[in-house]
Write a protein that binds this ligand. Structure first.
Ligand code: FES
Length: 164
């Protein structure tokens, strides 16, 4: 049986963790290829909505990485991120997604090995948890009703569901 390869979305702050990830690549550090990095200008701009969207679109895990406390280029962005992380954890638990699938970490641009370790550790954690089960199936989330032109009464094509 093949090993479960999770999809992990990583929101990486441009000024620290993204550079740390880059350095890990340049230094040829080994870490699992499961992380899909998304560069953001600050961890504070990662709203709970973005994290939820990542999960609802099929992510098995989500990491947010920002500058160490006191080093945020926008002063309090990472403080905001920490507060949001607590909310995200509560919401995930509420909607039936294991909060262990989410993680917030501080990584400086020089901490390439820490980046590689965290990604490795988180990937193993998500592999143990298995695939994220609550992702909606398109067929179940979209309405499946026929649409009618209110003027002519003609049936219209429902483009989303590709039915007439
Ligand atoms: S600029 Fe990196 S966390 Fe704000």
């Amino acid at each position: 049986m093949s090993r479960f390869e999770p999809v992990i979305i990583g929101f990486l702050c441009n000024w620290c963790s993204y550079t740390g990830a880059d350095l890990a690549g340049v230094a040829r550090l080994q870490y699992p290829p499961n992380l899909r990095p998304i560069r953001v200008m600050c961890s504070g701009m990662v709203s709970p909505d973005l994290v939820m969207e990542a999960f609802l679109k099929g992510a098995d895990g989500v990491m947010v990485m920002g500058c160490h406390p006191g080093e945020c280029h926008y002063l309090e962005g990472n403080t905001k991120a920490a507060a949001r992380a607590r909310v995200i954890t509560l919401v995930l638990d509420d909607i039936g997604i294991n909060p262990d699938r989410f993680r917030l970490n501080w990584i400086s641009s020089a901490e390439a090995s820490v980046f590689a370790e965290l990604v490795t550790e988180f990937t193993i954690r998500i592999q143990k948890l298995g695939p994220q089960q609550t992702r909606p199936q398109n067929s179940d989330t979209e309405p499946k009703h026929e649409m009618q032109n209110p003027k002519s009464g003609e049936k219209q094509r429902d483009l989303k569901n590709n039915v007439t």
